[in-house]
Write a protein that binds this ligand. Structure first.
Ligand code: FAD
Length: 364
């Protein structure tokens, strides 16, 4: 049966930023067969295929998105016991936080710190979603993908996913594969280890707690930073963190410390947040750099601004454009460059921009 394809579908309501133009063509797929059909439809017309989950980490150009945008709505969750491990397989379209809640309720440890992250399961391997000291790379065992060239489904082992900080092979090669399911190996247990100092403090100094308590503490911390989707929150239209933490060479980090000391921003070098990375690199805190570059929470530039609760989150207040948001992002990047000579990279994905040609209806 031919899948229904719509032309010129507004994408803003399908994103958490509520910004941007229309999809050249759009469809919703609920199983792998429909996804294969969508792929064939796009290939026949030499159009790109753009997977969309919950729209919580994408920037939609004001001109619209080129190609066929596919709402990945595959559903289903399974679990099986494997010794001490509980292996969960979730389809790409399952809402992420409901899945996390289900694993926590089932007495499993491994995803509790990732509570409250918006979006769907299928997007979590793309940027190796992480928060509060956990990332999905720690528990993903394999990812089922549809290869876009061969239209065949295969399992990709975690080792072959090329996970890094907010990064994966899927993010680096966005046209190679569509995620249809993700497998996680969790541990059946009553105690979750907690490493992230802010979370340890929220748990009253405990570095070990039942997973449901960790989940509750994470949700409370996130609510305080407008990092949960709350329809009543003025900061609600965002993609969470707009910038990743820069990972730089040690010499660059040392230069940041020197600049901070010279400018009187800190009294001692240890006050500049830095985390050593494998291979001698150093991760810096994007939020710290932004706030020390004169950008403050609540800054407004017309219809867009910086969250009043977190300077890493850029917020749309309604009636704005993606171009305005990107101009604000560039203003912030410029400030950090001028103060610290460090380049900030955007965390969300910019979807492919529709060309300047007149809007043309797509014949299904
Ligand atoms: C308030 C808020 C808080 C957030 N907090 C965090 C956080 O703590 N940590 C964190 O890591 N992220 C965070 N995010 C970002 C975002 O929620 C995650 O990156 C999430 O995994 C995106 O899921 P999604 O389904 O909305 O993906 P989308 O935004 O729809 O898509 C994101 C990217 O993945 C691609 N994609 C989506 N589905 C598939 C698929 N099935 N196959 C192939 N490619 C696909 C899209 O093409 C796009 O490039 C936050 C966002 C918000 C709004």
């Amino acid at each position: 049966m031919a899948i229904p394809i719509e032309a010129d579908v507004p994408l803003a309501p399908r994103t958490t930023l509520e910004l941007g133009g229309r999809a050249q063509a759009f469809t919703v797929v609920r199983d792998e067969a429909a996804l294969i059909e969508a792929l064939a439809w796009a290939d026949d017309r030499a159009l790109p295929l753009v997977p969309l989950g919950g729209g919580s980490n994408v920037l939609v150009p004001d001109e619209g998105v080129a190609g066929l945008v596919v709402d990945i709505a595959l559903h289903g969750i399974e679990q099986r016991r494997d010794g001490e491990r509980v292996v969960w397989t979730a389809a790409a379209g399952e809402p992420w936080d409901a899945f996390v809640a289900q694993t926590v309720d089932a007495g499993c440890v491994g995803l509790e710190c990732l509570s409250g992250i918006p979006g769907r399961v299928g997007a979590t391997p793309i940027q190796n979603v992480g928060a509060y000291g956990q990332e999905v790379a720690q528990t993903i065992t394999r990812v089922r993908v549809l290869d876009r060239r061969s239209a065949a489904s295969t399992w990709v082992s975690a080792a072959a996913c090329g996970f890094g900080y907010r990064d994966s092979r899927f993010k680096r090669e966005p046209h190679a594969a569509i995620v249809v399911a993700v497998e996680f190996a969790l541990v059946a247990g009553t105690r979750a280890q907690v490493r992230y100092p802010e979370l340890v403090a929220a748990l009253g100094g405990r570095s070990e707690a039942p997973p449901h308590e960790v989940r509750a503490a994470v949700l409370a911390l996130r609510a305080g930073k407008s990092m949960l989707i709350d329809p009543l929150d003025d900061n609600r239209r965002s993609v969470g963190s707009f910038f990743t933490n820069p990972v730089v060479e040690a010499a660059v980090a040392d230069a940041v410390v020197s600049r901070a000391l010279a400018a009187g921003l800190v009294e001692r070098a240890e006050q500049v947040p830095r985390w050593p990375q494998p291979g001698g690199a150093v991760k810096l805190a994007a939020a710290w750099l932004i706030e020390r570059s004169g950008i403050h929470r609540g800054l407004r530039r017309g219809a867009v601004g910086v969250s009043t609760r977190h300077c890493l989150a850029l917020v749309h207040h309604g009636g704005g454009t993606t171009a305005q948001l990107l101009a604000l992002a560039e203003e912030i990047r410029h400030a950090v460059r001028a103060h610290f000579d460090v380049e900030l990279a955007l965390e969300p994905t910019c979807l492919p921009r529709r060309g300047a040609q007149p809007v043309r209806a797509v014949e299904p």
